[in-house]
Design a protein around this ligand. Structure first.
Ligand SMILES: Nc1ncnc2c1ncn2[C@@H]1O[C@H](COP(=O)(O)OP(=O)(O)OP(=O)(O)O)[C@@H](O)[C@H]1O
Length: 391
């Protein structure tokens, strides 16, 4: 055996390893005795669209809440890197807020688990949207986008009544804020609704406004919790285009999404969770053909179930043709007929049959969005408790 070490070919190193903007290491979040996320590690590549997927209760939103400071993780480290390169040098100074800066002040590395949520958004550059839309519904669409830039305007006013007095710095900052708002109104096709109350917009437009508002904070990382929920096919397509535009502008995107059409079409990188544990991590092709993912995502108890024609049919309907590629071929003629309108009833076989998407929005949901979520009862792990308190 040769002792020669072979250097890895940089071309084969995925972007999320070569240049991560976010690194999550050994993240654990417990609620009483329930381990919602257990020893989870993953990276988000700079300039990538990364999807975090998995069945209901897999721990996706908990991960988002830890990254964005809504929860303090029980264990683990979450680092945001503004500068490129995994080896970004850390300086020794660690402030009380967990902020670390490189000496040149350019390549900041932020330890998010030590920072307050408002600092994570204002300093570390992480913006997010929620499963349930949280706009200022009584304010106009434009005002929602200006409020998002409030921090910068306050700084420009000199933390005084400079804004009212019309200090030149403030006027300049105000004009830039309006320019930025108009830019994102155009990108989200909301220009003609700029003066309408946000609460009067149709559901899909409100979702776009939430994204526009997050983008007005100039984030390095945009975290989207189910952005396609409740959208019709045309709106889903527009969302795909918007997210690709955002990626093109240099903002990295981390999204939780159950709409496999959106996930598979635009994601550079997919991480799959099941019961709080990572079961797959790779590009769309490797993830969609991974039997563990198919088994978990479709709610079947074991991979042998995938040999059942009806289950295979359901795989195709839910994740797409490519998902079946690595599995043993089944002649089409032997497959039981499945009504596309009611895949869950037609399949019958999955031991954990798909359930209707939960009503996150209170809006009527389309057949397209109703199918993919996968139901199940969480397996007991340790002493189960749901006291709602993070430990
Ligand atoms: N504040 C909390 N208190 C107690 N348990 C919680 C809390 N938040 C989440 N959990 C539990 O943690 C587990 C993971 O929930 P989480 O919402 O992160 O899953 P998810 O993958 O986002 O699910 P979904 O796709 O349905 O949104 C669930 O069992 C949930 O009940």
């Amino acid at each position: 055996m040769s002792d020669t070490l072979v250097a890895p070919n940089p071309a084969t190193i995925p972007n999320w390893e070569a240049d991560p903007v976010l690194t999550v290491e050994h993240l654990t979040m417990r609620f009483g005795g329930l381990v919602a996320v257990g020893d989870l590690s993953f990276s988000v590549g700079r300039g990538d669209i990364t999807a975090l997927i998995g069945p209901n209760g897999a721990g996706k939103t908990t991960v988002f809440n830890c990254v964005t400071g809504f929860y303090k993780p029980t264990e683990g480290r979450i680092a945001m890197r503004h500068g490129p390169g995994k080896q970004a040098e850390l300086v020794e100074e660690v402030t009380a807020s967990g902020l670390r800066w490189k000496k040149d002040g350019e390549q900041g590395v932020f330890l998010l688990e030590r920072m307050a949520d408002h600092e994570i958004s204002a300093r570390a550059g992480v913006a997010r949207t929620f499963q349930n839309i949280r706009l200022f519904s009584g304010m106009t669409v434009l005002e929602n986008l200006l409020v998002a830039q409030h921090n910068r305007l306050v700084v420009a006013s000199g933390f005084s009544i400079g804004g009212i007095l019309g200090l030149p710095n403030y006027r300049k900052a105000e004009s830039e804020a309006v320019d930025k708002a108009v830019h994102w109104l155009k990108q989200t096709n909301l220009m003609d609704r700029a003066d309408d109350p946000a609460g009067d917009l149709p559901y899909g437009a409100q979702r776009r406004l939430e994204i526009a508002r997050a983008m007005c904070t100039d984030p390095y990382l945009l975290c989207l919790d189910e952005p396609a929920a409740g959208l019709n096919p045309r709106e889903s397509k527009e969302l795909n285009e918007l997210l690709q535009y955002i990626r093109g502008q240099g903002t990295s995107v981390l999204l939780i999404e159950h709409d496999m059409g959106v996930v598979m079409e635009i994601s550079d990188h997919i991480i799959v969770l099941d019961y709080g544990v990572k079961i797959a991590d790779g590009d769309a092709t490797s993830v969609r053909t991974d039997p563990k993912v198919i088994a978990a995502y479709l709610g079947v108890e074991d991979e042998e179930d995938l040999d059942v024609p009806e289950v295979r049919e359901h795989v195709i309907e839910t994740i797409g043709e490519a998902a079946i590629a690595d599995l043993a071929p089944q002649p089409m003629a032997e497959r039981a007929p499945v009504t596309s309108a009611e895949p869950a009833q037609a399949v019958g076989k999955p031991k954990r049959a798909p359930r209707a998407r939960k009503a996150a929005t209170g809006k009527t949901e389309t057949a397209k969005t109703a199918a993919p979520k996968t139901p199940r009862t969480r397996k007991p792990r340790g002493t189960s408790s749901s006291d709602g308190g993070a430990t």
